[in-house]
Design a protein around this ligand. Structure first.
Ligand code: BES
Ligand code: MN
Ligand code: ZN
Length: 502
């Protein structure tokens, strides 16, 4: 699929389809009224006959509208005009993309991008329309034996902007939308790939493959021997139950001011979480292939950042291993020593994310002294209970960093919600014989106590933790979240430090 931005009259479009919006109670938007006028009332006639009244999500295809060059006109219901907001805009874009794909049109021009969305500009409109379209266009057929017929005819989608002077802003929005979309698609595919293929070694290979066409990205991976030498006793304890060798995947993208400390992204890369000796129930255990989605979002973010050539310094670290039971697996009661020197009593081998992340956090702090460090992890079932499936859980020891991430979430529609990180929660992780236990006695505040565990290893950094257990996948499909949030955060950061990329 190819995407374009242009500015021209709706009735003059020689395309398979033009897409225009109608508000509730049959109120035509500007471009719809233009088509209606050209076509001698063809649109308002169809509305009067009751075929569409403009409720959100409604769609209607008209053929042969007089004096309109396009083969079809797609009308999209927008809901009530005074309720029209960002969510309604994205919903309309979804409905439009799905409906136009169901027609025979090979190319289409959308005028939904003209719609005013409160405190958003045309660039935002184009960016979001492009993201929605790419989301709709995504599929993964690599693992089907009987190849399904690719019935996606739509090959070109153009987003129209009201004035020629809007073109630069529209183009910029499209470029950002395509880069973020590419990052989202990569993250989805890594997440969706089955765990017999998506092993730590395969994930490292994908990171290397990402670095190959982008000379701005440098790849390396630490092996088990390296990590044992570094004293990563906690990460290695999780990895020891599997035949698959662990990897510490490291990506560097240093395109910012020389000597400026990088932002660090640390992503949980458990390629399958069986729970280990504290084995999980088998219901939905297949979904634990998604336990590497934090790591996948680091790779997806690097892809977007490299495509946008952001002038920033960024490092990505993905501790990757399987969590499996076995004769050599770590056991409840084992005490291990983390790279930081803090000893950990592993009371439940299923609380493994924090065990691999704590060593990755210590390593990245010593190796890079990052200006700020963000970890991303499908860390707890408890965050699903606390927040449901809409926001990512955010924890941070630095209010300005938390705010920047929350704002990036609002801007991108990939939202986060802040949770507390008080000392009281950390105090719940007492161990009888070690410095800290990897779980508390009960389930209360499970997402927060997990964050408090990580914080113990990140205290000296400006740090934030994103618990994506409720947002990284839905109904057996990876969502690509929180790549839009992270890329928006980094674009904003690039704009703040030095000469903006815009
Ligand atoms: N990867 C899981 C968290 C998870 C569970 C994500 C379900 C999405 C859906 C994590 O490793 C885990 O098992 N966490 C335990 C922690 C508990 C043992 C303290 C959990 O959430 O149950
Ligand atoms: Mn687990
Ligand atoms: Zn896990």
């Amino acid at each position: 699929m190819h995407y374009y931005v242009k500015s021209s009259n709706p009735e003059k479009q020689r395309a398979g389809c033009v897409i225009v919006g109608v508000f509730d109670r049959r109120k035509l938007t500007g471009p719809a009224a233009t088509l209606d006028k050209a076509g001698g009332g063809a649109l308002s006639g169809a509305l009067r006959r009751g075929d569409l009244d403009g409720k959100a999500g409604q769609v209607l295809v008209l053929h042969h509208v007089p004096k309109v060059y396009a083969d079809r006109v797609l009308l999209v219901g927008l809901g009530r005009e005074r309720d029209f907001d960002e969510t309604a805009y994205r919903k309309a874009c979804h409905a439009a993309t799905r409906a136009v794909r169901a027609t025979g049109a090979i190319d289409a021009v959308s005028y939904l991008t003209h719609l005013p969305v409160r405190s958003r500009d045309i660039g935002w409109n184009v960016l979001n329309a492009a993201l929605v379209a790419q989301d709709e266009d995504y599929r993964l057929d690599a693992f089907r034996g009987e190849k399904p017929r690719d019935d996606r005819r739509l090959a070109r989608l153009t987003f129209d902007v009201p004035r020629r002077s809007d073109l630069p802003v529209g183009e910029r929005g499209l470029a950002e939308g395509l880069a973020i979309g590419a990052g989202v698609a990569l993250t989805k595919t890594l997440g969706n790939t089955p765990p017999n293929i998506c092993t730590p070694t395969w994930l490292a290979d994908q990171a290397q493959a990402l670095a190959k066409p982008h000379s701005s990205i440098k790849f390396r991976a630490l092996e088990r021997d390296d990590m044992v030498k570094l004293g990563m006793g906690s990460f290695m304890a999780v990895a020891q139950g599997s035949r698959q060798p662990p990897k510490l995947i490291v990506l560097e993208y240093l395109q910012g001011p020389k000597g400026e400390k990088p932002v660090a992204l640390v992503g949980k890369g458990i390629t399958f979480d069986s729970g280990g000796i504290s084995i999980k129930p088998s219901d939905k255990m297949d979904e634990m292939k998604f336990d590497m989605c934090g790591g996948a979002s680091v790779l997806g973010t690097f892809k977007a950042v490299a495509e946008l050539k952001l002038p920033i310094n960024l490092v990505g670290v993905v501790p990757a291993c399987e969590n499996m039971p076995g004769g050599l697996a770590v056991k409840p009661g084992d005490i291990v020593k983390s790279m930081s020197g803090i000893t950990i009593e592993i009371l439940n081998t299923d609380a493994e994310g924090r065990l691999i992340l704590c060593d990755a956090l210590t390593w990245v702090e010593r190796e890079y002294q990052p200006s700020q460090c963000i970890d991303i992890a499908t860390l707890t079932g408890a965050i699903v209970i606390a927040l449901g499936g809409f926001p990512t859980g955010l924890f941070s020891n630095t209010p300005s960093l938390a705010k920047a991430l929350l704002d990036a979430g609002e801007d991108s529609g990939d939202r986060a919600w802040q949770m507390p990180l008080w000392e009281e929660y950390g105090a719940m992780l007492k161990s009888e014989h070690a410095d800290i236990a990897n779980i508390t006695g009960g389930r209360e505040g499970g997402a927060i106590t997990a964050a408090a565990f990580l914080h113990r290893f990140a205290r000296r950094m400006k740090w934030a933790h994103l618990d994506i257990a409720a947002t990284a996948w839905r109904a057996k499909r990876a969502t690509g979240r929180p790549v839009p949030l992270l890329v928006r955060f980094l674009i904003d950061l690039a704009g703040k430090s030095g000469d903006a990329a815009a």
